[in-house]
Design a protein around this ligand. Structure first.
Ligand code: GTP
Ligand code: MG
Length: 205
């Protein structure tokens, strides 16, 4: 799949708020993961927006506090990528964490256009307790899930291979459902684009 153009479509910050008009009716794929795991960086890389980022990135965890929508035109049709706020941000007050939980839960449960979720896991750490909770929750919702191991540039080749095997076994998923990715080197970009294209394919044809 080839990306032709991307636009920021809007954001929602309150549970129950409708998604932006610009993505209404378009198939959507959401990116879920711990705060700081690299969701926004991955979206920028995937969309070819490394020099002029469209999703906000920062060294400070908890940067993305709203659900951000990006409208994408590709050679396989139009769809939306959705940047979810990161969970597991320990320093966030409980009231705020509860607000995010409701926001994310509402979006995932009530968005009919949602075709699947890309769950990000740091390749160096594997799934944390928070990740396990998110993964079980997604399984309960019955949505198709792709797994991406982020920051793969942080491990040398041999360790990287080992980590992919170990995490794949722990998650009990096959190779086709697990993609090593680096926003820095670009590893995994083509593979993930194809996989996302597969999720949105039905309507985006
Ligand atoms: P929240 O918005 O807080 O949920 O975080 P996020 O998941 O969107 O993470 P973000 O993309 O903002 O990246 C967090 C930090 O990790 C930043 O300092 C990025 O530069 C760094 N980072 C992200 N992806 C990669 C990667 O592939 N390789 C390396 N080396 N660093 C990365
Ligand atoms: Mg972010």
């Amino acid at each position: 799949m080839r990306i032709k153009s991307v636009e920021f479509a809007g954001a929602i910050g309150q549970a129950g708020q409708a998604g932006p008009e610009m993505v209404r009716g378009l198939p959507q794929v959401a990116f879920s993961g711990r705060s700081n795991v690299g969701k926004s960086s991955l979206i920028n890389r995937l969309l070819g927006r490394t020099r002029t980022p469209i999703a906000r990135v920062s060294g400070t965890p908890g940067k993305t506090q709203e659900i951000n929508f990006f409208r994408v035109r590709s050679d396989a049709g139009e769809f939306a990528l959705v940047d979810l706020p990161g969970y597991g941000f320990a320093r966030a007050p409980e009231a705020l964490r509860e607000k995010w939980r409701k926001l994310i839960d509402g979006y995932l449960r009530e968005t009919e256009e949602l075709r699947g979720v890309v769950q990000l896991v740091d390749i160096r750490h594997g799934p944390t307790a928070d990740d396990d909770r998110a993964i079980n929750y997604l399984a309960d919702l019955g949505l198709p899930v792709l797994f991406v191991l982020t920051k793969s540039d942080k491990l040398r080749t041999q360790k990287r291979k080992q980590a992919i095997l170990e995490i794949g076994a722990r998650l009990a998923v096959g190779e086709e459902q697990l993609i090593a990715f680096s926003a820095l080197s670009g590893e995994g970009v083509e593979e993930l684009l194809e996989a996302v294209g597969g999720l949105v394919a039905d309507e985006a044809g």
